[in-house]
Design a protein around this ligand. Sequence first.
Ligand code: WAQ
Ligand code: MG
Length: 264
Amino acid sequence: MFSVRMRASRGGKHISGAEKLIEDHGIPTAALSLIDRAMFHERGTPDFINISIEALEKPIKNTTSLPLTLTNIDNAAEGRAFAISLLLNLGIPLFCIETAIAFLEKGAAGGESMRGAMIMNMQGERLEPDKYRGIRASRMDITEEASGELACAIEGAGLTRYFTHISEALVLATKVASVEGTIAELCWSDDPSYTAGYVASKKLGYVRIPHLKLEEDCNGGRVFFVNGIDMNNYIHEMETVPILVNKFGGLKEMNFSRYTGGKI
Ligand code: WAQ
Ligand code: MG
């Protein structure tokens, strides 16, 4: 198996990134489709595209995705409030959550979106060594079969047009939650037309929130809330241990009106 990864930028600013795990005969097709994505992205046309193709050195861990919970939240204010309540429920102090949200809102790479994620401890401190690049979860993908199960489940919920975003985010969140020391992840997209995001954790699964920012907003990102990690081990596992999602963890739907008042 090979890891094929793409990142694209313009004037040093992050535009997009994506990756696949693939057998050697699939490399040309995978690389072409990633170049295509890099060239035609709503955040802009890149002046730099990096494609890396590497044989995997370590054995691949197979895993079931986090379960996917859909919520019917219809505006960003409620989305943020709900995300905060989920994170509080997971034991993250309010101060940390608010600090993280403020960074994501204004662009955690000095006013721009980062290429990777922030790592935040329970004191609200950012631990990632490079505050512009951040930490990238890497070397992960989903099998055709699990992808089919996910496609089927979200079709029933009318979300087929968002399949690529959902599938990639679910795979990433599954990897992040699997790394020892991760308490939770908060994410929303940096694509201006894509307002959705999620809170993910081993405990509550992937909770999709359709609105975490307003449309036209180019700032987004990810934060991994951690506790008691050894930074080198954490980064090493996040970036290099390959994970393949070979089963979809199932779909739940949550009617938001039932969950106001802090109940989860
Ligand atoms: N590792 C860590 N952080 C990353 C990675 C990665 N592999 N890829 C992206 N990021 C960070 C980076 O700061 C980006 O600016 C930010 O996340 C957003 O990336 O409908 O589209 O690819 O359920 O724009 C979530 C909702 C969509 C999906 C997330 O992220 C759904 C999304 P994007
Ligand atoms: Mg994006």
